[in-house]
Write a protein that binds this ligand. Structure first.
Ligand SMILES: *Cc1c(COP(=O)(O)O)cnc(C)c1O
Length: 340
């Protein structure tokens, strides 16, 4: 049994999803003529209470487009130092948009309103103008951590008072909402823009949607073209996204349950130093010295359980649509069997 826990992006379309893709009605989306894409954009925008949406090939692109539209070269973005948009997007804030960053610390990758407020630059010609704040929910590097909605609202208030744009990297926002109990519309009301991935826990093969005001999305559409993200008959992909939103949101709780089980088994292993609290579908653990992440990954790999390293000492497991209860039992068996 090949068990792939490297990422929640490894899923393949289900038969139902494939059927939806095959029956998609498509057109040239650069001309705005793809009915599935138009329907997906409208659906996600409505869900989050926003005026408009934009379908893009990746979450990196939706984040990068948002930054490009929201801020001018030389302006600054406040965000956690482990944010995907900074840490895993290859320096795009700088190379795509000429932006400066102000990197914050914070438990499990999360920032606070107070920290944001203290790092807003004064109106001083020596300093980059602070334009935007970006948060990530769930927080990947924080082990799939979920923000307390009150903290997100406090940051929103700081942004409002200081006229800063508030962006959410919601690659895994549906995982977060499954835990916080907030509705997408309540979440949407706090932010100027949100990036939502369809290709993570939702199980679609490709794609992310950016939502915001009609004016913002109008500008974002032009930037998407510049970034090379204008696709043509991509309605086949949008149809998968629509199907995922209709069928794969409720089931995220199952991924969370399986991740929690993995987390609790790992806690008992002598070769595990610690496990980050498991709230959603990501499990990050530190490997006890003198072992390291590479050693654990290769030992698991010998039993066909595949994970990735997060740093020298840390390993990440991600549960997803294609990780079944049988695979969970087998993974637990393998974990308990490892000896060093
Ligand atoms: C996966 C991910 C993205 C976007 O990644 P792509 O691979 O470009 O779709 C953005 N933010 C977070 C937190 C992610 O996990």
């Amino acid at each position: 049994m090949f068990i792939d826990l490297r990422s929640d992006t490894v899923t393949r379309p289900t038969p139902g999803m494939l059927e939806a893709m095959f029956s998609a009605r498509v057109g040239d989306d650069v001309f705005g003529e793809d009915p599935e894409i138009n329907a997906l954009e409208a659906k996600v925008a409505a869900l989050f209470g926003k005026e408009a949406g934009l379908f893009c090939p990746s979450g990196t692109m939706t984040n990068q487009i948002a930054a490009r539209v929201h801020a001018m070269p030389g302006e600054e973005v406040i965000l956690h130092k482990l944010s995907h948009i900074y840490y895993y997007e290859a320096g795009g804030l700088m190379s795509n948009s000429g932006l400066s960053v102000c990197l914050l610390d914070g438990e499990r990758g999360m920032i606070s309103a107070r920290d944001v407020e203290e790092h807003i630059n004064p109106d001083d010609l020596h300093r980059p103008r602070t334009a935007m704040v970006s948060v990530e929910n769930t927080m990947n590097k924080g082990g799939g951590a979920v923000y307390d909605s009150r903290i997100l609202a406090e940051i929103a208030e700081v942004c409002r008072r200081n006229q800063l744009i508030y962006h959410l990297d919601g690659a895994r926002i549906f995982n977060a909402l499954a835990v916080s109990g907030q509705t997408p519309a309540e979440c949407g009301a706090m932010f100027d823009s949100i990036s939502i991935c369809l290709s993570k826990g939702l199980g679609a093969p490709v794609g992310s949607v950016l939502v915001g005001s009609a004016e913002f999305i109008r500008k974002a559409r032009r930037v998407r073209k510049v970034f090379g993200g204008g696709m043509r008959q991509a309605g086949y992909l949008a149809a998968a996204g629509i199907y995922a939103l209709d069928h794969h949101v409720e089931r995220l709780k199952e991924d969370h349950r399986r991740a929690k089980e993995l987390g609790s088994v790992l806690t008992e292993m002598p070769w595990v130093e610690s496990v980050l609290p498991v709230e959603t579908n990501l499990v990050i653990f530190r490997v006890a010295q003198p072992l390291n992440a590479a050693r654990i990954i290769s030992a698991l790999g010998e039993h066909d359980v595949h994970a990735i390293d997060f740093d020298r000492q840390s390993v990440r497991l991600a549960t997803h649509l294609d990780f079944t209860d049988d695979m969970l039992s087998r993974t637990i068996e393998v974990i308990k069997k490892l000896r060093f």
